[in-house]
Design a binder for this molecule. Structure first.
Ligand code: GRF
Length: 196
């Protein structure tokens, strides 16, 4: 069997990007194998999809830890125990400590619903609407210590129509996210495999 990059996906909620990544990974030529889905919330609906597809899941509740560093250390332990080589954040709503981010330098990806560096932060779609932007989109990037600021991997543009609202624009962006996240993971894994 072809060597694949053991990949974990970190989620906090519905996990539609996680589903797109898992579905892409079912292609025998896809260079990533999803070995773990980790959530900080036990009720994250995305966990069910992973379980139904025989992918290991883990819940690490951030509220049970005294501080961010202890929580992140536990995340790292679980990643190590599954021999994870690459991490995809997919709607994971916790900011990670500089220590963990440094450890996973160039091995941790994120997806963000704007054309970075525009509209960083948790309200990117609403911020684009409020700014009356004509174009927004989504970005995949490596995770760096500063939130939504790491090296960009891929972007896709989405036109904003005058009748768009938060729901309609979010849906259009999400559709593009489901295309570029698997593509980005594929490229990053292929590059990693060249170095192994
Ligand atoms: C996406 O919009 C992504 O850009 C952002 O969080 C959302 C996650 O959605 N980081 P889902 O859980 O993948 O459906």
């Amino acid at each position: 069997m072809k060597r694949k990059i053991k990949t974990a996906i970190l989620i906090s909620g519905r996990g539609s990007n996680m589903q797109a990544l898992i579905k892409a990974s079912f292609d025998s030529d896809f260079p990533a194998q999803i070995v773990l889905v980790l959530s900080n919330k036990a009720d994250a609906s995305g966990l069910k999809f992973a379980e139904q597809n025989d992918i290991a899941t883990a819940v690490i509740d951030h509220k049970k830890f005294a501080n961010r560093q202890d929580f992140d250390q536990k995340i790292d332990e679980v990643l190590q125990s599954h021999q994870v080589e690459l991490v995809c954040l997919a709607g994971f709503m916790r900011i990670l400590s500089p220590q963990l981010v440094k450890k996973w330098h160039k091995k941790m990806l994120n997806i963000h619903p704007s054309l970075l560096p525009n509209f960083k932060g948790a309200n990117a779609v609403l911020d684009a609407l409020n700014a009356q932007a004509k174009i927004t989109g989504c970005t995949t990037h490596f995770v760096s210590e500063e939130v939504d600021s790491g090296e960009i991997i891929m972007q896709s543009q989405v036109k904003i129509s005058s009748d768009d609202n938060l729901a309609s624009l979010s849906a259009k962006i999400l559709e593009q996210e489901h295309i570029i996240y698997p593509r980005s993971l594929k490229i990053v894994c292929e590059n990693l495999l060249k170095k192994i």
